[in-house]
Design a protein around this ligand. Structure first.
Ligand code: ADP
Ligand code: MG
Length: 253
């Protein structure tokens, strides 16, 4: 059975894309069939797995707006078992173009249903907003994974995200679950990080992953080489923790 996980937080820079790429790559390394869906107009997941956006003919935009079949947009990556539906800047227009569209919230869900059976995990990298693209993702997903950066104001804005999740549960996707909350970019040298961990655990309790992602410079270098951390530097701390996270995610199957 396949599982569709939306990786969402309307704050930018919290580790959504880093988690999509590296959790996806590590799940594939564990032998799972993984599809990444990049639904952020910035297309960082797309370039992060080594796809040159200039070479992309059809992207997620064409699926959502032009009814192109998902299988005609899927690209393979250097990692066996890791596929991607890319995004390009063309997607930036979709928010506006979808406003008058029929069943606009269901576009992604309907498209994914055509390829769902081919994958064990489908990870959707959401944009940093709670607009129609994130709504499409939450409507298509079985669950939502929320990355939270270990910094001041970590919980700020989360009530809006959780409110959006509740609205989607009520009106569009009654089965939507919280998959887990992932603490990212922990700087172990500061007390602040520890305080944030406690605060987030108090709020989300057993929904918080045991695996915590530390700050690791190799993780921030890998995207500019178009590589997931396990191919860029398999011995790094970043590779170790994302593999640990993948195993934890699989353990909740
Ligand atoms: P989002 O997709 O939520 O906007 P990103 O995953 O793009 O966030 O991360 C924001 C920036 O922080 C990127 O430059 C990324 O390379 C860097 N980054 C993410 N996670 C880590 C980490 N654990 N250690 C160091 N840098 C990180
Ligand atoms: Mg991103």
């Amino acid at each position: 059975m396949s599982k569709i996980i939306a990786i969402a937080n309307q704050k930018g820079g919290v580790g959504k894309t880093t988690t999509s790429v590296n959790l996806g790559a590590c799940l594939a390394t564990l032998g799972k069939r993984v599809l990444l869906i990049d639904i952020d107009p910035q297309g960082n997941t797309t370039s992060g797995v080594g796809i040159n956006k200039a070479d992309v003919e059809n992207c997620i935009y064409d699926i959502i707006i032009n009814d192109v079949a998902p299988k005609d947009t899927i690209k393979t990556t250097v990692i066996e078992g890791l596929h991607i539906i890319p995004a390009t800047i063309q997607l930036a227009g979709a928010e506006v173009e979808l406003v008058p569209a029929i069943s606009r919230e269901l576009r992604l869900k309907n498209a994914i249903s055509q390829v769902k059976q081919d994958y064990d995990y489908i990870l959707i990298d959401c944009p940093p907003s709670l607009g129609i693209l994130t709504i499409n993702s939450l409507t298509a997903a079985d669950s939502v994974l929320i990355p939270i950066q270990c910094e001041y104001y970590a919980l700020e804005g989360l009530s809006q995200l959780l409110n959006t999740v509740r609205l989607v549960q009520k009106h569009l996707n009654t089965d939507l679950q919280i998959e887990g909350v992932l603490l990212t970019m922990l700087d172990a040298r500061t007390n602040l990080g520890i305080q944030v961990i406690e605060e987030v655990k108090k709020y989300f309790q057993d929904k918080v992953y045991r695996t915590i992602i530390p700050r690791n410079v190799r993780l921030s270098e890998a995207p500019s080489h178009g590589k997931a951390i396990i191919t860029y530097d398999p011995r790094s701390k970043g590779a170790e923790v994302y593999l640990e996270l993948a195993k934890e995610v699989v353990s909740y199957e």
